[in-house]
Ligand binder design. Structure first.
Ligand SMILES: [Zn+2]
Length: 543
């Protein structure tokens, strides 16, 4: 016993080092609004146990080896540690696996958003200090005489078993922030490379897509995927500011769906869901079953992608593989222009070969933060001081109201983009045309608290609800009298692929008409946003 006490006396700095690396994040985890009491207790217990085990084993190694091990621990924990602490301190949330995954995706809004939004001189200084403290500790650690393993065998074995169990059992290791971070990274890499391989391989296998409703004239489907559009900021949905002056003119010819919810509140998981048959509980359908471009390619369509959001043929983000299946792709995001950049490209495609059926997906940058960069100067229109249309609330200060003004300007600009897409389709002759606009997810704008943006850790109704609008040419609506357009159907865009298949009149072995918004056989079902039901999210915010 005395020899243990002697070692402990010389290892004070080592003790504080381990405490800093392993227990600082758990100590701050009570700040996390998205964690239940049990989650917080689990984090604390598991990290505490890991701390005890490593500390125990450290009594048996030489000072030199200990310094090497601690330097490695420092190197692997400092980046995840900074990220977790920043989320805890600035957003009061504990990072969840979905958000960890999005950090590894490139070329997308998600990964850069957090950094761009919060990066300041203070944050940089904070991270530097956070990293410097343990470096100093490692350099000043005193040497000591380690215990002999054969004299304390049980202690040694217990320490080893505890560490192996914590690292090895996924449910347990989830509670240790940096192990969770790297495990998520590894499983993300394995999953995405498997998906890419499977999707490529399946293109060579037979899969029959029949067209049940084949018109004598070609059909053009345009899907416009918006970004972060809060439907409650659209006058089409009753917002008092006139943010949809152009679309409002269409009256009944525009079908404005009232109750559509997104399957997630981040772009990447939503696009993965919209364009594939993957669903909650069956994520393997992502690569096992055909995705949207594949269906249309197999049905003989010309397929196009016009993207004003990051997209790379190198498959930097996990939905790129779906986009890469479009026969013709235009990546406009590199020009860093407003969304009107997509319009001439759309017109060029529409004028091209008017004998072919076409599927055109347009991915807008839409209403993404920072809102003031989403529209040209002519769209600086709204001013809460003049129109008094941004109501007072305890969590809505002057800065928040200004941000709402800017957001509404971006909604107004988006109105003109959708209108222009419809105008271009109206000019087509002897072709059926349909446009569906939907936002990937919504956006919270000081609706319930001092917060604007979208983050699963803070998921709320206005982040989950999306605008969903359908326009079709008169020739198409005459041709497809079998479809049902009931704007009050409760729907999740998770099933979007079945609805588009229905519009195109497709039939294939995996087709399920009860999931089509437009089918007479439609069945409404429980809607999930991530792993939470929409009803439970609503209940939390509208008591
Ligand atoms: Zn998004």
């Amino acid at each position: 016993m005395r020899d243990i006490l002697n070692v402990l006396k010389r290892k004070k700095i080592q003790f504080f080092f381990l405490f800093y690396i392993l227990l600082l994040v758990p100590m701050l985890c009570p700040l996390a609004e998205n964690f239940t009491f049990i989650d917080k207790v689990a984090v604390f217990l598991v990290c505490g146990l890991l701390f005890t085990a490593i500390w125990t084993l450290s009594l048996f190694v030489s000072s030199k080896l200990e310094r090497i091990i601690y330097s490695i621990m420092l190197a692997i924990s400092i980046i995840p540690g900074s990220i977790y602490l920043a989320y805890l301190l600035f957003a009061n949330v504990m990072l969840e696996q979905n958000s960890v995954t999005s950090l590894f995706e490139t070329n997308t809004e998600e990964s850069k958003e957090f950094v761009a939004h919060y990066l300041s001189i203070w944050v940089t200084a904070g991270v530097l200090i956070y990293a410097a403290i343990p470096i100093i500790m490692v350099c000043t650690m005193r040497s000591f005489k380690p215990l002999k393993i054969k004299e304390h065998k049980t202690l040694f074995i217990l320490g080893i078993i505890t560490i192996v169990a914590i690292v090895g059992i996924n449910r347990v290791s989830r509670s240790v922030y940096f192990i969770n971070f790297y495990k998520t990274f590894i499983s993300y890499k394995i999953r995405t490379s498997g998906e890419v391989r499977n999707i490529r391989e399946r293109q060579d296998e037979p899969y029959k897509v029949e067209i049940n409703h084949l018109d004598s004239i070609p059909q053009v489907f345009v899907i416009v995927i918006g970004e972060s559009l809060n439907k409650h900021h659209m006058s089409l949905y009753g917002y008092p500011r006139e943010t949809n002056p152009l679309l409002s003119r269409y009256g009944d010819t525009l079908i404005v769906y009232q109750d559509v919810v997104a399957p997630h509140v981040h772009t990447i998981p939503v696009i993965r869901s919209l364009l594939s048959m993957s669903e909650l509980g069956h994520s393997n359908y992502f690569s096992k079953k055909p995705s949207m471009y594949e269906l249309f390619n197999r049905a003989g369509y010309d397929t196009y992608l016009i993207s004003n959001q990051g997209f790379s043929e190198d498959l930097g983000s996990s939905f790129d593989i779906l986009y890469s299946l479009a026969k013709t792709k235009y990546n406009l995001s590199t020009y860093k222009q407003h969304d009107d950049i997509v319009l001439p490209v759309l017109d060029k495609i529409l004028q091209n070969d008017n004998k072919k059926n076409k599927l055109i997906i347009i991915h807008l940058i839409g209403n993404h933060m920072a809102y003031e960069f989403r529209y040209p100067k002519e769209y600086i229109v709204f001013n809460h001081k003049k129109d008094g249309l941004v109501p007072d609330a305890p969590y809505r200060d002057e800065k928040a109201k200004k941000m709402i003004d800017r957001y509404d300007n971006s909604v107004l600009f988006n109105d003109s983009i959708i209108n222009n897409v419809i105008l271009s389709l109206k000019e087509l002759h002897n072709q059926d045309a349909v446009m569906v606009y939907l936002s990937d997810h919504g956006e919270e704008l000081y609706d319930y608290r001092d917060f604007a943006g979208h983050a699963y850790e803070k998921v709320s109704p206005t982040m989950s609800e999306v605008p969903f609008i359908v326009w079709m040419s008169s020739s198409y609506s005459k041709f497809r009298r079998d479809l049902v357009f009931d704007k009050n159907r409760p729907y999740s865009s998770e099933d979007f692929i079945y609805s588009i298949s229905d519009l195109a009149g497709f039939n294939y072995v995996d087709y399920d008409d009860s999931r089509s918004l437009f089918s007479s056989n439609f069945i409404s079902r429980e809607r999930y946003v991530g792993e939470k039901t929409y009803e439970e999210i609503k209940k939390k915010f509208y008591k």
